[in-house]
Design a binder for this molecule. Structure first.
Ligand SMILES: [Zn+2]
Length: 380
């Protein structure tokens, strides 16, 4: 896309947004905000919720007592269920198992085939797309497709928006090309960078971000520049994006997809435990930000839960994998606290497919395609 095409594209997008008729009138949303934290990259109970051994002391000793603790959340042992990151995340978002398909062009990219919480929420209530947000890691473009699903369900009109470094780079390269201030050889490099970014997403960069999210990136660029060297990296970046988004966009539903414990695939257990501790620090920042902000204080439910567990075989050449269908790879947990949520421990096994309908119940809509049932006993 050259500069002129980009400008035209932006103008026509603005025009199409301006004239688009309102979707069927939905009521304004008056329920609590929900922040869903995927304590992700696959973590075992042993390093997260074990009282003595935890690497996440804030989660275990401060947040769990603040609400309902579900120590025995399980991923069902169904034929074909893979205990992994994208799969587990879509189980959380749809309340179903195997509710996805691989995008045809590139393997390892799943898109939901059933409605996600984002779509249920935005179909039930009049909430703009920038207030239903998914914050994603940089090197998981395969998770850029969870914002809306394929097929004949709700789809693109009810999508969430996405904040990730991938999305920022799409914004930055578009701006650099539109501004045309760089020398010709550097512009060529930017064009190549942008082309490479676009090939990661077989759906293209559509839908374009809303004006609110574009303005978010504009401010981010002012603070962090074009080099990519100033902003935090890894899961600390997700925390930064999330805290800024809370202040600037006021999402009603925010999902934060932490992921760095997964670096243990490369074999170094300290990467894993350190990454758990960094997510725990991120939780402190998110909860402090919510507690300090009148928009979130006393009006926000946190749901913290992993995508999947990990294997517990100490004899494996590389321990802590999660693709061998072992028991502990199916074992996760959840911590849920906020207004309307009781304090205590759920003493029974709860299925991972219960998380989506539980969030739906908290927000006042029905995830009617979910297979799981809401965990009713957590509500006051
Ligand atoms: Zn993994």
């Amino acid at each position: 896309m050259d500069r002129r095409q980009f400008t035209l594209g932006t103008a026509s997008l603005a025009a199409s947004l301006a004239v688009r008729p309102a979707l069927a009138a939905s009521p304004a949303y008056r329920g609590p905000n929900v922040i869903l934290v995927r304590f992700g990259g696959g973590v075992r109970r042993a390093e997260t919720i074990d009282e003595a051994a935890t690497w996440a002391p804030y989660l275990r000793h401060v947040l769990a007592p603040r609400g309902t603790f579900i120590p025995d959340l399980r991923i069902d042992r169904l034929e074909g269920v893979n205990t992994s990151h994208a799969e587990g995340t879509l189980n959380l978002l749809t309340g179903r198992y195997l509710a996805y398909r691989e995008l045809a062009t590139i393997s390892d990219q799943l898109e939901p085939t059933e409605p996600t919480l984002f779509e249920y929420l935005r179909r039930s209530f009049d909430i703009p797309s920038h207030q239903v947000l998914l914050v994603n890691g940089e090197d998981r473009p395969q998770e850029e497709f969870f914002t809306f699903g394929a097929g004949d369900h709700f789809g693109i009109d009810y999508r969430s928006e996405m904040l990730s470094l991938h999305r920022y780079k799409l914004y930055r390269t578009a701006m650099q090309l539109a501004e045309g201030r760089l020398p010709e050889d550097q512009l060529q490099q930017v064009q190549e960078e942008r082309d490479a970014l676009l090939t990661k997403d077989p759906r293209g960069a559509t839908p374009d971000p809303s004006p609110d999210v574009t303005a978010f990136w504009e401010r981010w660029r002012q603070d962090y520049g074009d080099s990519g060297l100033k902003n935090p990296r890894g899961d600390r970046l997700l925390t930064e994006l999330s805290v800024r988004a809370m202040a600037e966009l006021q999402p009603r539903f925010l999902m934060v997809n932490y992921q760095d414990p997964d670096y243990v695939h490369w074999g170094n257990p300290s990467h894993y435990t350190r990454a758990i501790a960094i997510i725990d620090e991120g939780l402190q920042r998110l909860v402090s930000a919510a507690d300090a902000d009148p928009f979130y204080r006393d009006n926000t439910i946190f749901v913290i839960t992993p995508d999947c567990g990990r294997d517990a075989n100490p004899l494996a050449e590389v321990p802590f994998q999660h693709h061998f269908n072992s028991r502990s790879a199916h074992e996760t947990w959840a911590v849920i606290f906020g207004p309307g949520i009781g304090r205590g421990t759920v003493d029974r096994p709860v299925d991972q497919s219960a998380i989506a309908p539980t969030i739906a119940a908290a927000m006042g809509f029905s995830a009617h395609r979910a297979e799981g049932r809401a965990v009713e006993e957590i509500f006051l």
